[in-house]
Design a protein around this ligand. Structure first.
Ligand code: UDP
Ligand code: MG
Length: 312
C-alpha cells in the first residue's frame, strides 16, 4: 500500500447529527488537494447512529478508515487512538462538528511545506460564535496554562493542527496516559507556526464537552504539565505557619494580661481554615498520586473494538 501524504484524524462521540454534513464537506476539500490521503474516524464509543453512518460512508469513500473504541474514552484518548494508526507524512487532527473548517487544511499544508515546519496550529482568533460561558472558561484555561506551563503554549489553539510524521512519532512513543495533546505538542519544541481562523458554530448536534469534562481536562492539564499546584501546598503551609505564629503571640498576650474571653469564634474560624487548607493540599497530592497510580497499573486509556483497516 502506498503511503498517503496526508492523514486526517477525526474523533467523534455521538455525532450522528453532524456526520453527514461533515463527510460531505470534508471529502471535496481533501479530493481537491490532489494528494494521497486517508481519513481515520475514531468513534469514541458512540451510543447513537454514528457507527452505522460511518460504515455507510466507508462504502462510498475508500480513503475512510473507521476505528471504534470499546467505550467512551474521551476526546484526547480518541485522538491518541487515531494518531497511532496514521501512516501519512503529514497528520491533521480536527473536530467532527465543523467548528474547525476543513478548508483551512490546504493553507496549513502550504505553510508547513513552504516554511519546513513540523507543526501548524490553527488558532481561533474569533470566538464570537461560542457561548459567553465557553469563551470565559476557555479564556481562563489558556491564561492559566500559559502562566503555569509556559508561554510556548499557543492561546486558543485547540486540537485543530497539522503535524509532521516526526512529531507524531514522538507523541506515539510517549508513555503517559491522560495526556493533553494541546500542551504536549508545543512542549516538544518542533518548529511551528500559527494560522488563524474564525471559529464557526457547531454545524449540528450538541457539545460533547460539558463542564465536568472541561474540569477534567483542566486537572489533567495542570497535573500533567506543572508541579506548581504542589508548590502551592507548600505556600499554603508556610502562610498557615505565619498566621499561627501571630495567633500564638496573641494567645500568649491574652493569657498574660488575663483578658481571655470565651473564644468560640476565633477557634472555629482557625480550625475550619486549617482544615480547609489541609484538605485542599491533600486533594492536590491525591491528583498526582492518582496519576502515578493509573500509570503504574498500566491500564490503557482506550481499547479498540474494531478497525476497518486493521492489518490481518
Ligand atoms: N469527542 C470525543 N469524545 C468525547 C467528547 C468529544 O471524541 O468524549 C469529540 C467530539 O465528537 C468532537 C470533538 O471531540 O468531534 C470536540 O467535541 P465538541 O465539539 O463537543 O467540543 P466543543 O467544541 O464544544 O469544545
Ligand atoms: Mg465543537
Amino acid at each position: 500500500m502506498t503511503v498517503p501524504q496526508l492523514s486526517v484524524v477525526v474523533p467523534m462521540f455521538d455525532e450522528e447529527a453532524v456526520l453527514p454534513l461533515f463527510t460531505r464537506r470534508l471529502r471535496p476539500v481533501l479530493d481537491a488537494l490532489d494528494l494521497g490521503y486517508e481519513v481515520i474516524a475514531v468513534d469514541d464509543g458512540s451510543r447513537d447512529g454514528t457507527p452505522v453512518l460511518l460504515q455507510k460512508a466507508r462504502r462510498e469513500w475508500p480513503q475512510l478508515r473507521v476505528v471504534r473504541l470499546r467505550r467512551n474514552s474521551g476526546h484526547q484518548a480518541a485522538l491518541s487512538a487515531g494518531l497511532v494508526r496514521t501512516r501519512g507524512e503529514w497528520i491533521a487532527t480536527l473536530d467532527a462538528d465543523l467548528q474547525d473548517p476543513p478548508e483551512l487544511l490546504a493553507t496549513m499544508l502550504d505553510r508547513g511545506r513552504e516554511e519546513e515546519l513540523d507543526v501548524v496550529y490553527a488558532v481561533r482568533d474569533d470566538r464570537s460564535t461560542d457561548s459567553v460561558f465557553k469563551r470565559l472558561t476557555a479564556g481562563l484555561y489558556y491564561r492559566l496554562m500559559r502562566r503555569l506551563v509556559g508561554a510556548h503554549v499557543p492561546a486558543h489553539a485547540g486540537d485543530f493542527r497539522l503535524m509532521s510524521r516526526a512529531t507524531v512519532d514522538v507523541i506515539n512513543g510517549l508513555p503517559e496516559h491522560h495526556r493533553v495533546l494541546r500542551l504536549v505538542v508545543p512542549a516538544l519544541g518542533f518548529p511551528s507556526a500559527e494560522v488563524s481562523f474564525r471559529r464557526e458554530e457547531r454545524a449540528a448536534g450538541r457539545t460533547k464537552y460539558p463542564l465536568s469534562r472541561m474540569l477534567r481536562l483542566t486537572v489533567d492539564s495542570l497535573t500533567g504539565f506543572s508541579t506548581a499546584p504542589l508548590r502551592l501546598a507548600t505556600w499554603f503551609g508556610l502562610g498557615g505557619a505565619a498566621v499561627t505564629a501571630v495567633l500564638l503571640g496573641f494567645a500568649v498576650t491574652a493569657f498574660v494580661t488575663a483578658s481571655t474571653v470565651p473564644g468560640w469564634t476565633s477557634t472555629f474560624v482557625a480550625v475550619s481554615a486549617v482544615g480547609t487548607v489541609q484538605l485542599l493540599c491533600l486533594g492536590m497530592l491525591g491528583e498526582y498520586v492518582g496519576r502515578m497510580y493509573t500509570h503504574l497499573q498500566g491500564m490503557p486509556s482506550y481499547v479498540v473494538a474494531y478497525d476497518s483497516d486493521a492489518p490481518a
